[in-house]
Ligand binder design. Sequence first.
Ligand code: PRP
Length: 220
Amino acid sequence: MQGITELTIALTKGRLAGRTMELLGRAGYTCEEMADKHSRKLIFRNEEQKLNFFLAKGPDVPTYVEYGAADLGVVGSDVVLEENRRVYEVLDLGFGRCRMCVAGPPEARELLDSGAMLRVATKYPEIARDYFYHRRQQTVELIKLNGSVELGPIVGLSDVIVDIVETGSTLKENGLLVLEDVCDLSARMIVNQVSMQLKARRIREVIGGLREQLEAEGRK
Ligand code: PRP
């Protein structure tokens, strides 16, 4: 009898990894080793199910998957869009829901609608470029930041920002508001293109198991 095909799964460090492991657990895929919160290990294994898991920074997950260091990955669709790697996106996991928005102070609305040359601060230059150049057909100056993007309009670095809005409280507490919706976001499962062929059976089984679990939970 042929053994089970080994799979390696790259997870996005933090809350997304926790939600992913919970969902995998409900679908019957577990990893006891990962439960130890004090461990400094980076890679975890379930010997019986021949599954390896590792934790990576979100933007690195599509890189590991494209190069085949991981067969599967779980990452936000913001990162999938921004990184634009050669991977298959196979499943919307339904959690980590939020929106990508253009936001700014109330007075930026007029500026935005006037078509004037705007300064846009963002952690997501590719998403922002695509939105302004292709959907709004507006020329803008993009300024890449690495976090706390809401500071941009407050300190006069930019007119608006393109950023993730979840509860909206960061915007509100900083006197900013949503000016435009760019797209909805959620956690996605991505797959290495070669693994999808070579490990088709096992990968389909995992995706199918997760999809069934999500559908069953959706029906509740
Ligand atoms: C994200 C995002 C917003 C905030 C939105 O930042 O960039 O700043 O969360 O959430 P809210 O609508 O619920 O307030 P994150 O906390 O990841 O940190 P960062 O600003 O350093 O990127």
